[in-house]
Design a binder for this molecule. Structure first.
Ligand code: SF4
Length: 349
C-alpha cells in the first residue's frame, strides 16, 4: 500500500495502512491515549514495510515499550518549566529565549523530549494575549539577542500567522537573530513554499533554521528540494539530530546523515544524547557508546561534517558538550559540568 493523502493519527489508521498488525491495535491505542501519533504521507512513503527494524518506522510508529516509564525518566526532562517567566517563553541562558508558540507537530516522534507537552492533549497554541505577553517580555529584556522558535513545530503555523509574529519581532532593536527549529522540511516538505519562506524572514533579522533529521533516508527528493528553496532564500541552515538506538547508532549511518546535511547546505550543529523522556528507554544509547561513535566520526569524515555531541542536563541546567571534556566518570555514573562550571550527577539521583 502506498502513502495516502492524509496523516495517520490513530492505532486504527496504522492498522488500515498496513503498518502494524491488527493484533497490536489495542495495545497501541493505549499508547495513543498517552502520547500523540502522527505520520505524514511523506514519512509513510519512507517506511520500508519489509524491514521489521526499519529506522524510519522506529522513529514514528508507536511501540508498546512506550508504556514503560523508568525511574530516571521525567515529564519535563530538560527543565523547560523551571525557566519559564511567562507562558510560551523559556529563558534559560542570558542572551536567548525559546518562544514556544505552538505545541503541535506534523509528526510525533516516538522519542520526543517534549512528548508530555505536544499533541492534541498538550499545551496547545498561545492565545493572542499570551503571545502579546511573550513579545513584551522579549522587548523588555535588552539582553535577549536571539529568539528560538520551537514548540511543537513552529512551521505548522500558517504563513500568515508566522508573518504576523515575525513582523512583531521586527521592531525590537536588541534582537538580532531569529532561529527556527523544525522537522517540516523533511516530514512535510510541500509546506515549504514561497509564502512560508517569505514569512520566516519577515522579521528582517538574520534568520537561522535548524533542520531536525536523524537518518540519511529522510533526505528524500522532495525534502532536498524544500531544503534547497530555503538555502537559496538566504536562510542559514544548521542541523539537529538525536542519537537513537536502532536508528542511527552506528558509524556508517551517522556518517551518511552528517554528509547528507552538508551536501544539502546544512551545517551539522547538534547531535543530542537522547533525553530522559518518559517511555523512551528503548531508544537510549549509553554515553560511553555515544562518545565512541563521535570519536569514530572524527576519524572518518570531513571536519565540515562534525556535529557537537550534547547532553541537556536534566533539571534545566542547560547543555554540555559531552564529546569528551565536560564529563567524567563511567559505568553509567557521570559528573557533567554545566556552562557555569557547576557539576551535576547523570543520571540524576
Ligand atoms: S517534531 Fe520535535 S517537538 Fe515535535 S514530536 Fe518530533 S521531536 Fe517532538
Amino acid at each position: 500500500m502506498g502513502a495516502g493523502k492524509a496523516s495517520l493519527k490513530s492505532a486504527d489508521d496504522l492498522v488500515a495502512a498496513g503498518l502494524v498488525a491488527h493484533a497490536q491495535r489495542d495495545g497501541l491505542a493505549a499508547v495513543a491515549k498517552r502520547y500523540a501519533i502522527a505520520l505524514t504521507p511523506a514519512v509513510v512513503g519512507l517506511i520500508d514495510r519489509n524491514d521489521p527494524a526499519d529506522p524510519m518506522a522506529r522513529q514514528f510508529v508507536p511501540q508498546l515499550a512506550e508504556l514503560v516509564t523508568t525511574p530516571e525518566e521525567r515529564a519535563d526532562p530538560i527543565g523547560d518549566l523551571a525557566h519559564s517567566p511567562v507562558e510560551g517563553i523559556v529563558h534559560r541562558y542570558p542572551d536567548r529565549v525559546l518562544l514556544k508558540a505552538v505545541h503541535v507537530c506534523p509528526v510525533y516522534c516516538r522519542f520526543c523530549f517534549r512528548r508530555e507537552m505536544v499533541g492534541p492533549q498538550g499545551l496547545g497554541t498561545l492565545t493572542p494575549e499570551a503571545m502579546d505577553a511573550a513579545i513584551t517580555y522579549i522587548a523588555d529584556h535588552p539582553e535577549i539577542w536571539e529568539v528560538i522558535l520551537t514548540g511543537g513545530d513552529p512551521l505548522v503555523l500558517s504563513a500568515r500567522r508566522l508573518r504576523d509574529m515575525m513582523e512583531r519581532l521586527k521592531g525590537i532593536d536588541h534582537l538580532k537573530i531569529v532561529r527556527f527549529h523544525t522537522r517540516v522540511p523533511v516530514v512535510e516538505p510541500e509546506r515549504v513554499d514561497d509564502a512560508l519562506i517569505s514569512a520566516l524572514k519577515a522579521s528582517g533579522k538574520t534568520t537561522y533554521l535548524a533542520v531536525h533529521a536523524n537518518h540519511p533516508r529522510e533526505f528524500s527528493e522532495t525534502a532536498r528540494a524544500a531544503i534547497a528553496r530555503l538555502a537559496d532564500s538566504g536562510v542559514v541552515l544548521i542541523s539537529q539530530s538525536v542519537l537513537l538506538k536502532g536508528v542511527n547508532d552506528d558509524v556508517p549511518t551517522l556518517a551518511a546523515l552528517m554528509r547528507g546535511f552538508v551536501e544539502n547546505r546544512i551545517k551539522p550543529y547538534y547531535l543530542h544524547h537522547p533525553d530522559l523522556a518518559p517511555g523512551t528507554s528503548h531508544f537510549r544509547v549509553s554515553i560511553e557508546d555515544g562518545q565512541k561513535l563521535v570519536a569514530a566520526l572524527r576519524g572518518t569524515i570531513s571536519g565540515l561534517c562534525q556535529p557537537t555531541y550534547i547532553l541537556d542536563i536534566p533539571g534545566g541546567h542547560g547543555k554540555a558538550d559531552i564529546g569528551a571534556s565536560s564529563i567524567s566518570g563511567g559505568d553509567g555514573c557521570f559528573t557533567v559540568r554545566d556552562f557555569r562550571g557547576e557539576e551535576h550527577r547523570y543520571p540524576p539521583v
